[in-house]
Design a protein around this ligand. Structure first.
Ligand code: PMH
Length: 377
């Protein structure tokens, strides 16, 4: 366990051995010369960017990807020295900060590159060109547009375009029509660049789903996020993953109060849970301020003494209540996500209860909950 000090008995455990094992399995699955870029944006999908980044690099990842410059700077502030790519749009006036910290930025607009040029006082800005092949999120829309802004950078010594990439919208889906269109559109764009003698050193398109399903349709790098955390990119993908993925994130707390209430008594705000019988009620010090949102009240369950127990009444800001099968001691462990004995509550189960995707679940557990980094025991 890490030595982080905190004064509450609610914590996230991130098993870094599981992350390392996932990274190694993914790298092994790819052709030998393909490098893995570990996507650690959004605090490594809620797992903790610095610890995950260090783990991924040790396990063989070569590059880190983040969404915004601030995330890249956090990694640099923690002595991470590998190449870092910012995938999103950065303010042109901040490009010198990127140069000073050796951070690679993404570009896809003529106006951006022109303005960025006016903000460089020293050094060279390392860049990847983002082309849009179907997401319609960010990226150039045509070969001509991509060529024009690429040439603008190649004519200026302050810019160094080292890479080109696109992003798939449907690589995790059963129907591959759209994926194939995007793939073909990207390869034909690359050929048009090649015909003009323009060869990019770093080329990447594949997220977790595409890397796992089509390892041979990758380029020099892949950008892997969700699979590194041990989660399938989509339900449809679960059967298609030919190696074990180990979920790294679990969430635990401890019972702070226990009492027996009488049939007819109510629990929590609104007094809308009414005990049918005399019942043991335990209080868990986790609430919606921790990201355990109110919609998780009512039907959902947590683990106590290796058994599933239901959450009863509304989830409060800092606490919720459970219906216990028996009296338990103050300090009894509660597992909200993870394993106890033979029972397991997976991130996918919580996502399903919330009618969302697994990506969102570790991310919604707020920073008030400390992250502890554990190893296989
Ligand atoms: N590359 C880019 C540009 C991304 O936006 C993402 C994930 C990844 C790679 C990694 O994808 P994976 O986690 O499926 O492997 N981005 C997002 C997003 O914007 N919303 O959900 C996932």
């Amino acid at each position: 366990m890490s030595k982080t000090h905190f004064y509450r008995d609610t914590w996230v455990e991130v098993n870094v051995d599981h992350i390392a094992s996932n990274v190694k399995a993914i790298i092994e699955h790819l052709p030998e010369n393909v490098e893995m870029m570990a996507v650690v944006k959004a605090n490594a999908y809620g797992h903790g960017a610095v610890d995950v980044a260090k783990t991924a690099l040790q396990a063989g990842a070569k590059i880190l990807a983040v969404a915004i410059l601030d995330e890249a700077l956090e990694l640099r502030a923690n002595n991470i020295r590998c190449p870092i790519l910012v995938l999103g749009w950065t303010r042109p006036k901040d490009v010198q900060v990127a140069i000073d910290h050796d951070i690679t930025l993404t570009y896809f607009q003529q106006s951006w590159i022109e303005e960025a040029a006016t903000h460089i006082t020293s050094g060279r800005l390392s860049l990847h060109l983002k082309v849009d092949t179907g997401m319609n999120r960010v990226g150039t829309k045509s070969f001509e547009e991509a060529l024009q802004i690429y040439e603008y950078t190649s004519n200026k010594s302050n810019f160094n375009t080292v890479g080109i990439f696109t992003h798939f919208a449907t690589a995790d889906e059963d129907d591959l029509t759209y994926f194939n269109l995007q793939y073909e559109s990207f390869t034909s764009l690359l050929h048009r660049f090649e015909k003009r003698g323009i060869i990019f050193k770093q080329i990447h398109t594949s997220n977790s789903a595409a890397s796992i399903r089509f390892p041979e349709q990758t380029f020099s790098q892949v950008r892997v996020g969700i699979a590194m955390y041990g989660l399938a990119p989509a339900k449809e993908m679960k059967q298609r993953i030919p190696f074990p993925l180990k979920e790294a994130f679990s969430l635990h707390s401890t019972i702070t109060h226990v009492k027996k209430i009488k049939a007819g008594e109510a629990v929590s705000y609104g007094a809308d849970y009414i005990a049918e019988n005399d019942e043991w009620i335990g209080t868990v010090p986790v609430g919606y301020a921790d990201g355990w949102i109110r919609r998780l009240g009512g039907k959902s369950e947590v683990l106590v003494q290796g058994k599933r127990v239901p959450i009863v009444g509304r989830v409060c800001m800092d606490q919720f209540m459970v219906k216990l099968t028996d009296e338990v001691n103050i300090g009894e462990k509660v597992t909200l996500i993870g394993e106890q004995g033979n029972e397991k509550i997976t991130i996918d189960e919580v996502a399903e209860r919330l009618e969302t995707i697994n990506y969102e679940v570790p991310l919604m557990i707020s920073n008030r909950v400390p992250r502890l980094y554990t190893h296989n025991s």
